[in-house]
Design a protein around this ligand. Structure first.
Ligand code: IPM
Ligand code: MG
Length: 366
């Protein structure tokens, strides 16, 4: 089989420094007979600085051709003044939309070594392992009409929540498929009590379930109640499926249960390509953290775990993905902490690079 290809888009802020650590893990894969063709390119503010656009057409084309895209983070205060249409975030949204990456998988897993670090009580989060499936290419972030216009003597801002049946059905299938490989439970979240799109969401998820996945346990919850339940007793959930906006909020909430945004990976998956692999982009849930960029303080784990998800979902290398996850658990158990994982206990943090090196050393030691 052809050498699998990766497009690396480090982006802005801490993106490049965390991606440098992922590169080390990619090199380790080479020692296990899994070499990649790696290309690197620009996205976000970095692309804007070079090309005047947050995603050049040539980069978009490459992204469509490779087996998987790995992205660091986009954005920063320097770009706040830019017109909305060329803001760094638009580069990321274009990738998601044009690659049609409709299913965004955001696992929230609490590592034992970090259970104390959560803002919730230890018994509420210890052993937590849930998966949020966020619809990523439709809903209010993309719906038309949108914009800001003037009515009479004031301005009006408009966004539109819009979902078709097929958009709901396909992301529901992703959630049910994942549930079958986990604890076989899906909770769907919307606001069917106030939104028509929520009523349709609930109906379609139920229909797909009854017709194709009757073996999976399905429940429905209003998204606000879901947020409350996520903080009350998150372990009641296995897979949560929800729309783009609610998924954006709920996945940040779920991520924080685990102690730090710096730990959480994500996969954004679309339909299968000609080679059978899904169109895929992997990125940490955290942002570009401009306040700490370039200081070696960033936690590379979320980005490294995102690559582990690539090994699992794009390259069918679950064994290597397990090893990477074990190595991360191992260094945390050894007491290594980047600055974001230091609480009251007054440990000395390790740098981004030291964390990456320690993970690779664990991998090399086998
Ligand atoms: C996320 C981010 C993005 C989003 C931004 C950076 C466009 O918050 O991936 O959750 O809103 O989807
Ligand atoms: Mg978000």
């Amino acid at each position: 089989m052809a050498t699998p290809s990766l497009l690396i888009l480090p982006g802005d802020g801490i993106g490049p420094e965390v991606m440098a650590e992922v590169r080390k893990v990619i090199d380790w894969c080479g020692t296990r007979g899994l070499a990649f063709d790696v290309e690197e390119d620009l996205v976000g503010g970095a692309a804007y600085d070079a090309h005047g656009t947050p995603l050049a057409d040539a980069t978009m084309e490459k992204a469509q051709q490779v087996d998987a895209v790995l992205l660091g983070a986009v954005g920063g205060p320097k770009y706040d003044v830019l017109d909305f249409s060329v803001k760094p975030e638009r580069g990321l949204l274009r990738l998601r939309k044009e690659m049609d990456l409709y299913a965004n998988l955001r696992p929230a897993q609490c590592f034992d070594a970090l259970a104390d670090f959560s803002s919730l009580k230890k018994d509420v989060v210890a052993g937590l392992d849930i998966m949020i499936v966020r619809e990523l290419t439709s809903g209010v972030y993309f719906g038309e009409p949108r914009g800001i216009h003037t009515e009479g003597n004031e301005r009006v801002g408009i966004n539109t929540q819009r979902y078709t049946e097929s958009e709901i059905a396909r992301v529901a299938r992703s959630a049910f498929e994942l549930a079958r490989k986990r604890s076989n439970r899906v909770c769907s979240m919307e606001k069917a009590n106030v939104m028509e799109s929520g009523i349709l969401w609930r109906e379609v998820v139920q229909e797909v379930h009854d017709r194709e996945y009757p073996d999976v346990e399905l429940s429905h919850m209003y998204a606000d109640a879901g947020a409350m339940q996520l903080t009350r007793w998150p372990k009641q959930f296995d897979v949560i499926v929800t729309d783009n906006l609610f998924g954006d909020l709920l996945s940040d909430l779920a991520a924080m249960l685990t102690g730090s945004l710096g730990m959480l990976p994500s996969a954004s998956l679309g339909a299968p390509m000609a080679n059978g692999r899904p169109r895929a982009l992997y990125e940490p849930v955290h942002g570009s953290a401009p306040d700490i960029a370039g200081q070696g303080k960033a936690n590379p784990i979320a980005c490294i775990l995102s690559f582990a998800m690539a090994l699992r979902y794009s390259f069918d290398r679950g064994a290597e993905a397990d090893l990477v996850e074990k190595a991360v658990e191992g260094v945390l158990a050894d007491g290594l902490r980047t600055a974001d994982l230091i609480g009251e206990e007054g440990r000395t943090p390790v740098s981004t690079q030291e964390m990456g090196d320690a993970i690779v050393a664990k991998l090399a030691a086998g």
